[in-house]
Design a protein. Structure first.
Length: 489
């Protein structure tokens, strides 16, 4: 278990960030319930989000908030907004990345009297989403004035961490199945790394039933037959999307908690945002933040308080007398504070029909924190993709580049436009844009491309064409570290 900051009166200190919009109301509800449960928790209130951006702090996260989190290692936070015109990056993403909370755990479970088209099916599943890599690494460039690109970065180390955490999480909750959802059929190297890592690590968890599913079918199956799933592990963007879908299966964002787990720090928050139109109206549903607080108590080892709050929450829903607007509509709704009071009044009661899960602390994967170097027996560079901005048509650009390659160790293999080969022509009816990938390979098929030869070619090309980036084509242990274009032989 990570080491927590203990106050002089024996409580575990937690950084509490009220957040923006409906955040302060949700956080106040959760805080009152946790305090009333008798959990040995103390709070250090800190700010992040809109008010901080407006003070001119570009990240939306002030230094004293960072210091507090460094000390407490545990955060309960409300949603944070990024006001238009302030800061470039979301304060949420900044917090997740600053503290390398690489796993985002998003459980959903059917709740009593929260009626959905799936009521009665007992949905109870968890999405474990990789939280720092993928397209959300936020590495974007304009290749040309008209073509944008975003780098999808997936590392072997990142995959191993999230996969191991998903298996350990499944064990900690006594779950039976883990499915890995990827788009590895299309993105064989990036999404494929998660699939391959999952299949390798699965051998160490023979007690769990494992499977792989393509992410689009996963979305389809989640709507058609959600109870077939137990734990789903997936990459960042896939997880972002399917976890919003899964929250809708059990009643919407008001009921979807989450935990951002890292080796050092854990941040607990609702899946929902700051819903500004409801801010200050005392009518939102604080359940997602309350359940995030329950996840936090389990992380802190406060199992008794966690179970007590879960039972009180379920009893309140079973009674059905005090329900929020999103569940019963405006006419019959109670206020956020009324709902909170009802839960507090129910502390000590036991839910009738809702088995509260027995959980153990998650055994966090222990991987070295030094940079990950994957060593290989052999490696060589067999060519390079040079990306060129050009107004020419493929049949004009191709011969021009062939002339530049004459007399060099490299030859033009093909040119693609947004991934489809356009030179030599294949008969594809591609609607070209002005960014071409021009693939040059060594004439000597057993050779190893030297930087000087590549740079000499780039310098020649640059006399007539505008290049914007270069990717080496590498082979590791004899396996291609690049993919072919559509239509490339
Ligand atoms: P949102 O705040 O999640 O709200 C979308 C809708 O979900 C609301 O209009 C409401 O639906 C429902 N909803 C959300 N929370 C609810 C609750 N506790 N109780 C009842 N209903 C709830 O999404 P958004 O409007 O797209 O985003 C608003 C801001 O939040 C943006 O600045 C965004 O960047 C930020 N955000 C922050 C986080 C985070 O801090 N982790 C996450 C997501 C978004 P109805 O309109 O149907 O009533």
């Amino acid at each position: 278990m990570p080491s927590f900051h203990i106050t002089p009166d024996g409580k575990k200190l937690v950084t509490l960030i009220p957040g923006d919009g409906i955040g302060p109301e949700c956080i106040e509800s959760a805080r009152r319930i946790i305090d009333a449960s008798g959990a040995a928790v103390a709070w250090e209130v800190r700010q992040a989000g809109e008010s901080v951006f407006k003070q001119g702090i570009q990240t939306g996260v002030p230094q004293d908030t960072i210091e507090s989190i460094r000390k407490t290692r545990v955060v309960l936070k409300g949603p944070l907004g990024t006001p238009v015109g302030y800061g470039e990056k979301s304060a949420n993403v900044t917090l997740r990345k600053l503290f390398e909370t690489y796993a985002n755990i998003r459980p959903v479970r059917e709740l009593p009297n929260v009626t959905t088209p799936y009521s009665g099916k007992n949905i109870d599943l968890v999405v474990v989403r990789e939280n720092v890599e993928d397209l959300y690494a936020g590495i974007e460039h304009m290749q040309t004035p008209g073509v944008a690109q975003c780098l999808k970065l997936i590392s072997c180390k990142g995959c191993e961490k999230i996969v191991r955490l998903a298996f350990e999480f499944a064990r900690s909750e006594g779950r039976k199945k883990v499915a890995c959802a990827t788009k590895s059929n299309i993105m064989k190297l990036t999404e494929g790394t998660l699939k391959r890592t999952f299949e390798a690590v699965a051998k160490e968890y023979p007690d769990l039933e494992t499977s792989h599913i393509i992410i689009d079918n996963c979305a389809h199956q989640l709507v058609k037959n959600p109870t077939q799933f137990d734990v789903i592990v997936t990459t960042n963007m896939n997880g972002d999307i399917i976890s919003d879908l899964t929250s809708a299966l059990v009643g919407g964002l008001g009921f979807a908690p989450s935990a951002n787990i890292g080796n050092e720090v854990a941040i607990f928050e609702a899946v929902h945002g700051s819903a500004p139109k409801y801010a200050g109206k005392n009518n939102i549903n604080p359940t997602a933040v309350i359940l995030s607080g329950v996840m936090m108590l389990r992380h802190l080892g406060e199992f008794e308080a966690a179970n007590k709050i879960t039972h009180a929450l379920i009893c309140t829903l079973e009674d059905g007398k005090f329900m929020t607007r999103d569940v019963v509509g405006d006419a019959k709704a109670t206020t956020t504070t009324g709902y909170t009071d009802a839960i507090i009044a129910n502390l000590g009661r036991t839910a009738k029909h809702f088995p509260v899960r027995d959980t153990k602390p998650i055994k966090l994967p222990e991987l070295p924190s030094t940079p990950a170097f994957v060593t290989v027996a052999t490696r060589r560079v067999i060519g390079a993709d040079i990306f060129i901005e050009s107004p020419l048509l493929p049949h004009e650009l191709g011969p021009s580049l062939e002339r530049f390659a004459e007399g060099t160790p490299l030859k033009l293999k093909m040119i693609s436009n947004r991934g489809t080969q356009v030179y030599p022509p294949t008969g594809a009816m591609t609607d070209c844009v002005d960014s071409y990938r021009c693939r040059f390979i060594l004439r000597d098929t057993a050779g190893d491309l030297q930087d000087a030869d590549l740079l000499a070619l780039v310098n020649k090309i640059a006399t007539q064409h505008r290049w914007n980036h270069i990717e080496k084509m590498q082979e590791f242990n004899g396996e291609a570290g690049y993919t072919k274009a559509q239509g490339e032989d």
